[in-house]
Design a protein around this ligand. Structure first.
Ligand code: AMP
Ligand code: DBH
Length: 559
């Protein structure tokens, strides 16, 4: 009798880690090309830390200066990640699970993230400024199983926020607190018995979810793989000269893509250098640390670069260790850029990047004019750049157009957002950045503006629709439109034009701001200015003309 055919082994269930399952990924021919070119080398973050710890166990990886100075060598960081990974695994966090991490610039941030990498769980990087609305969205949309918070930060109790979020998000099983836990679990109480080696993730899998600045309401989640992100670190390190002697100050929030990867704290750890956590970006705090810790490199958004330039002129601190400062996240004015090098006594590099991928840097051997007037060149020779008109046709060389890009570290789609992906990516996989740029003959990009509906408040991005929807929930509000107005310090500030319902009592601007604050959003999204109007300017087809609102708003007597 013929033997029973053995039933085909069922294919392993795809997980959220598997590229192509929860978001589009690179077609095989591109992935093959990027591997052949040596961009994707099959490294994982967990593996990189393991290798560095083996190669130079006693070198200092991490310094957390406050409240008392704590130091971790590479071996200590590696072991801490292993122990915490075992503890997280014992609490039920597994491969592919999502964990929302909302921590300030402290050593635990790095330990938690590497522990999750070791398990193959995906950190979702929230910013310390995020509040109920954003965190609830990240937790429920990512189906997170855990959320990591500080106890109290800047007077705000994150444990209470976590309790509210838990009530509304049944899938959230654990809240870990750095500090006093309240009703939750202290991170320090997570059992840390080293277990056997965890299976860990594959290099082509998604390592974490970054946040987009957002244009339509809430932030989209950006799936970055080990392979693609590690390549962006390696490329950034080479361009910025990061090596084992680098001492990087994490001045901006560590969760943001810029201080994480351009070259950031992850790039610095990749190179075997030292990462110093800065508890606050103001010159008084940061300058003292630059002096004490011999900082060689950091990254700033333009408003901070302005503050630092002014403060350095007072000459109260020895900043001579500083070799290079990166400025990016929003347009840095040429006038401000010219003042930075003489004031800080170090080199300037402009960086124009995005959490979706593409990062451009001016180069160390660029002439000084290029450094102050352009936003740099892409990292990779395989970063494809197209500059197109409204009909997606290439514009002539040197003219403005929409920047589209595709390459070895630019995503092919957001996480679980097929409809949005249809708008944000071309059919052949170019990401529509929403930025308006032109290219100089040397290939440097100059950011001229943006087409996307987003306000860039000194590097902090605000999606007007998100805030408009909140204000619209006010019973006395008939309609609202949020626009950018120019600002000397931030570049742009937000102005809400509000039309009240007929018969509504007059309202004060402060009441609108308080209403937005009470809904629980990051403070940087609360409108800077509020103006009550009877109608919005309209376009030819009767749509609200944001351009009209902006130019009306620039008339100073009306502000
Ligand atoms: P995000 O969505 O938060 O990752 O922000 C990325 C966006 O920030 C880019 O698409 C640009 O609009 C803006 N951006 C970043 N760096 C610069 C820069 N150096 N100059 C002008 N805009 C920038
Ligand atoms: O603004 C950004 O998102 C940004 C700026 C500079 C970024 O993601 C980066 C460098 O990597």
């Amino acid at each position: 009798m013929p033997a029973e055919p053995t039933p085909a082994k069922p294919a392993p269930a795809p997980t959220a880690l598997t590229p192509g399952v929860d978001a589009p990924t690179w077609p095989a021919e591109f992935a093959g090309r990027y591997r052949e070119a040596g961009y994707w080398r099959g490294e994982t973050f967990g593996g990189v830390l393991r290798e560095r710890a083996a190669a130079h166990p006693d070198r200092i990886a991490l310094v957390d200066p406050a409240p008392e100075r704590r130091v971790r060598t590479y071996r200590e960081l590696d072991e801490a990640a292993d122990r915490l990974a075992a503890g997280f695994a014992a609490r039920g966090i597994g491969r592919g699970d999502r964990v929302v991490v909302q921590l300030p610039n402290v050593a635990e941030f790095v330990e938690v993230v590497f522990a999750l990498f070791r398990i193959g769980a995906l950190p979702v990087f929230a910013l310390p400024a995020h509040r109920d609305t954003e965190i609830l969205h990240f937790c429920s949309f990512s189906e997170a199983v855990a959320y990591v918070v500080p106890d109290v930060l800047g007077g705000f109790d994150h444990r209470e926020l976590a309790a509210r979020v838990r009530q509304n998000c049944p899938g959230l099983k654990e809240v870990f607190v750095v500090g006093e836990p309240g009703v939750h679990t202290a991170l320090s109480e997570v059992p840390r018995d080293p277990s056997g080696p965890l299976p860990g993730p594959e290099p082509h899998e998604v390592a974490f979810l970054q946040l987009s600045g957002g244009t339509t309401g809430v932030s989209k989640l950006i799936p970055r793989t080990h392979d693609d992100y590690v390549y962006s670190l390696r490329g950034s390190n080479e361009i910025c000269g990061v090596d084992a002697g680098t001492r990087y100050l994490v001045t901006l929030p560590a969760a943001h893509n810029f201080p994480m990867s351009s070259p950031g704290w992850l790039g610095t750890l990749y190179a075997g250098g030292t990462v110093v956590m800065c508890p606050g970006p103001e010159p008084a705090t940061a300058f003292a640390l630059i002096e004490q810790e011999g900082i060689t490199l950091t990254g700033l958004v333009p408003p901070l670069a302005l503050l630092w330039t002014e403060a350095a002129a007072r000459g109260e601190h020895d900043l001579s260790s500083l070799g290079l400062v990166l400025v990016g996240g929003a347009k840095y004015s040429e006038q401000a850029a010219r003042r930075l090098e003489p004031a800080l006594g170090c080199r300037l590099m402009q960086v124009f990047g995005m959490a979706e991928g593409l990062v451009n840097y001016t180069r160390l051997d660029d002439d000084p004019e290029t450094v102050v007037t352009t936003q740099g060149l892409p990292i990779s020779p395989d970063d494809e750049i197209r500059i197109v008109d409204d009909a997606d046709q290439d514009v002539p060389d040197g003219e403005f157009g929409h920047l589209l890009t595709r390459g070895p570290y630019t995503i092919r789609g957001y996480w679980r957002a097929p409809e949005h992906n249809g708008r944000s990516f071309t059919e052949d996989g170019f990401y529509r950045t929403g930025d308006i740029v032109r290219r100089t003959p040397s290939g440097h990009l100059v950011v001229e503006g943006r087409a996307k509906d987003q306000i860039n408040r000194g590097g902090e991005k605000v999606a007007p629709e998100e805030i408009e929807n909140i204000i619209l929930a006010h019973p006395d509000v008939h309609d609202v439109s949020l626009v950018a107005v120019p600002d000397d310090f931030l570049g742009e500030r937000t102005l809400a034009h509000v039309i009240l319902r007929e018969g509504a009592e007059p309202m004060r601007p402060a009441a609108v701001k308080a209403f937005v604050r009470a809904r629980g959003v990051a403070a940087y999204k609360i409108p800077d200015l509020v103006r009550f109007v009877d109608a919005f300017p309209q376009t030819g087809v009767g749509k609200v003309s944001k351009k009209g609102l902006r130019s009306a708003a620039s008339a100073p007597e009306q502000l």
